[in-house]
Design a protein around this ligand. Structure first.
Ligand code: 5GP
Length: 120
């Protein structure tokens, strides 16, 4: 799938639509999810145009990959989740119900997050 620069996170990166920002550096932007699934639900996105984890892992530079995942760890720490715990998740494609086609890592925290996957 080709990257569509009209996706909602591309518009957030260009500040065409607002977000509730929690962190930004040269490689990543983190903001609160608009429809939170946990008391803490933050999205961390790379600044580059990558569709999903698959695209990111193949086409991003080592510096971009390191920068994104360092930001994920830092944001989780800054949100005060280390003692209680947190979960990270990234959806790729139809089976995972990916909705926004700009790679993003979800950070969930603030309650017992239950089983890793819902029961079938
Ligand atoms: P996905 O299913 O693609 O992994 O998750 C996309 C996430 O983006 C969803 O959790 C959804 O609530 C969130 N989202 C969709 N549109 C917006 C938006 O305009 N702003 C923010 N902050 N989050 C959004």
């Amino acid at each position: 799938m080709a990257y569509d620069d009209q996706n909602i996170f591309a518009k957030i990166l260009r500040a065409e639509i607002p977000c509730s920002k929690v962190y930004e550096d040269d490689f990543a932007l983190a903001f609160h999810d608009v429809n939170p699934q946990a008391p803490i639900h933050v999205l961390v996105i790379p600044k580059g145009p990558y569709v999903s984890m698959d695209d990111f892992s193949v086409n991003a530079s080592t510096e971009e990959i390191a920068g994104l995942f360092a930001a994920v760890g830092r944001v989780a720490r800054d949100l005060g989740t280390i003692e209680g715990g947190y979960r990270i998740l990234a959806n790729h494609g139809a089976d995972a119900h990916q909705e926004v086609f700009h790679f993003h890592v979800h950070i969930f925290a603030g309650r017992d997050l239950g089983a890793m996957l819902p029961p079938r």
